[in-house]
Design a protein. Structure first.
Lengths: 262, 284
């Protein structure tokens, strides 16, 4: 009975927190009464969302498409790169500094370059989403491969296993939890990348919508756009988290045991 | 496939001759030096010694995972040049794959070692039956679909033993396999291991800190010196099989354990003394 209550509380907690945030926001509007173009009330933001829901949804779909394509490419390249640099210490030592360098470059600064190469609109948005999302995936997969217990490798090698055997039987399954954990981070970064690029060089997408709304001081519309991005981010995060538990339940067994297993 | 001609049966199956192992470059740690020993086919050998005497290095040499710096190692009549494919291994840590259930953990070697590897798909049912049989032998019938974290430490170690034997290796290497278990489970697994060995007649090398364990299981016990490790004495254990916990109270058993304990105490004392006198050879 008690465990049941705790489970229910765990499920409700995020909604309570979000509702609390909106309540504080609305209360702040009542107390400080700022002008709506500085900080609109949640009610006003909701009103904007209803008024402009068709264009907002169209732009959101555009952003979502760019994000998911960029994220997909990020998974593909990130996983392969991770396997590549994780498979040997020499390669790891050689490539890691370069990866850090690439990751340190602010992606907003690269967008103009991508525009020169790819034009405006969808291509640079996809490319930016990709550039932000592949890194955590590659680093995590490489880390997963590097943490295989040496004794386990001894067991396999003493059976005459080839490097490929060790990779497919032990290293890759072992790094799957790292891979799925990195997806959750990568997908939210992919949104960041797509929106940055749309803000700088696009005539579609939430980023473009925000820029247009800002130029007309329609702050409530900007907030509506932000909230839609946040909602999509949470949605894709939850999908990745669900896949993670499904695929690598053995690594998060404590969680699944407490919640009664899946 | 493991039947040797009669005249080879008395030749050593594992033969170390003046073997040394140094880690790293010329100034690296000398783990083993001047190791001479031979183990016959089907024999159960135990290696005991003070901690840090290079017992685990010995394992790596015998299985070919690590090349010797000096000397020659022959296993099954051929010099060891790379990882051997006729061995099974089990460690203090069960090293099971957490994403596989018990049955698939046990069957892992079959996916790697020939000729099983190419037959596995066609004769899957037969191999599953074989894995279930060996699990039943160690008392794990009905646990085939459990994952490692659902098993106790002793059960995991049994699975690890099954995995090291499923491909019917000619040489089983055990590196302190029971060290992490409680005393009751440990003694129970001694008997499990002895039964497996009596049934399958493989050659076995057990590295252990536990002198009673060595005396219970082994035909011959090699005592090693402190680092750099070498064999300082060899003891035969002639207590009849199958041995039981009662055998461990046998005066002959107690005598062997006491003798080895005294030798190791002596070695430890010498290794702590500033100027180390030459350890006396006392091969029996």
């Amino acid at each position: 009975m008690k465990a049941k209550h705790r489970k229910l509380a765990e499920k409700l907690a995020p909604w309570v927190v979000i509702a609390g945030l909106f309540t504080i926001w609305q209360a702040a509007i009542f107390i400080f009464n700022p002008r709506p173009f500085i900080l609109p009330s949640p009610a006003l933001v909701y009103q904007s969302f209803i008024d402009y829901r068709d264009p907002i949804m169209a732009h959101a779909l555009f952003t979502l498409t760019n994000t998911l394509i960029g994220f997909g490419l990020g998974i593909l390249v990130g996983a392969m790169l991770g396997i590549f640099i994780g498979s040997s210490r020499l390669i790891y030592a050689g490539f890691y500094p370069l990866l850090i360098g690439i990751n340190s470059v602010p992606k907003a600064a690269v967008v103009p370059l991508l525009v020169i190469w790819l034009g405006i609109g969808q291509p640079p948005a996809i490319a930016t989403a990709f550039l932000l999302s592949f890194f955590p995936i590659a680093v995590n997969v490489a880390a997963g491969l590097a943490t295989v217990e040496p004794e386990l490798e001894d067991v396999l090698r003493s059976l005459g296993a080839s490097k490929l055997d060790v990779l497919t039987k032990v290293s890759l399954p072992r790094s799957l939890p790292y891979f799925f954990a990195s997806l959750k981070v990568a997908v939210t970064l992919a949104f960041v990348g797509a929106v940055i690029s749309e803000t700088l060089a696009s005539n579609d997408g939430i980023g473009y919508l925000m820029l247009q709304a800002a130029s007309q001081f329609r702050t409530s519309l900007m907030f509506a756009g932000l909230l839609v991005i946040a909602a999509m981010g949470i949605g894709t995060y939850l999908i990745c988290a669900f896949i993670e538990v499904r695929m690598t339940g053995w690594a998060t067994r404590k969680q699944t045991q407490v919640t009664g297993g899946g | 496939m493991t039947n040797l001609p009669q005249n080879e049966a008395n030749d050593p199956f594992v033969d170390f001759s003046d073997v040394a192992l140094r880690y790293g470059d010329e100034n690296g740690t000398l783990a083993l030096s001047g190791v001479d020993l031979s183990i016959k086919k089907g024999q159960f050998a135990a290696i005991v010694g003070p901690s840090g005497c290079g017992k685990s290095s010995f394992m790596k040499l015998a299985t070919g995972l690590c090349p010797a710096t000096e000397g020659s190692i022959r296993v099954a009549g051929a010099p060891v040049t790379g990882p051997l494919k006729i061995t099974g291994m089990a460690f203090q840590n069960p090293t099971l794959l957490p994403w596989r259930d018990t049955l698939r953990n046990v069957m892992l070697p079959l996916e790697i070692v020939q000729p099983h590897r190419s037959r596995l798909r066609a004769e899957y049912a037969k191999y599953v039956a074989q894995a279930k049989t060996i699990l039943a032998t160690v008392g794990l019938a009905g646990f085939e679909d459990k994952h490692p974290w659902m098993l106790s430490g002793g059960m995991q170690q049994r699975v690890s033993l099954c995995r090291s034997l499923i491909h019917e290796p000619q040489l089983l290497m055990l590196d302190e396999p029971f060290a992490a278990l409680d005393a009751f489970t440990r003694e129970e697994l001694w008997s499990v291991l002895q039964d497996l060995w009596l049934e399958k007649q493989f050659t076995c090398i057990l590295v252990t800190h536990d002198l009673r364990e060595a005396a219970y299981l082994a035909d011959v016990i090699f005592v090693m010196s402190a680092r750099p490790g070498r064999v300082i004495s060899t003891h035969r254990v002639d207590i009849p099989r199958p041995r039981t916990i009662e055998s461990t109270f046998d005066p002959a058993f107690v005598e062997i354990v006491q003798k080895i304990r005294a030798e190791i105490a002596q070695v430890r004392k010498e290794s702590k003394a500033p100027a180390r006198p030459a350890a006396q050879e006392q091969v029996q």
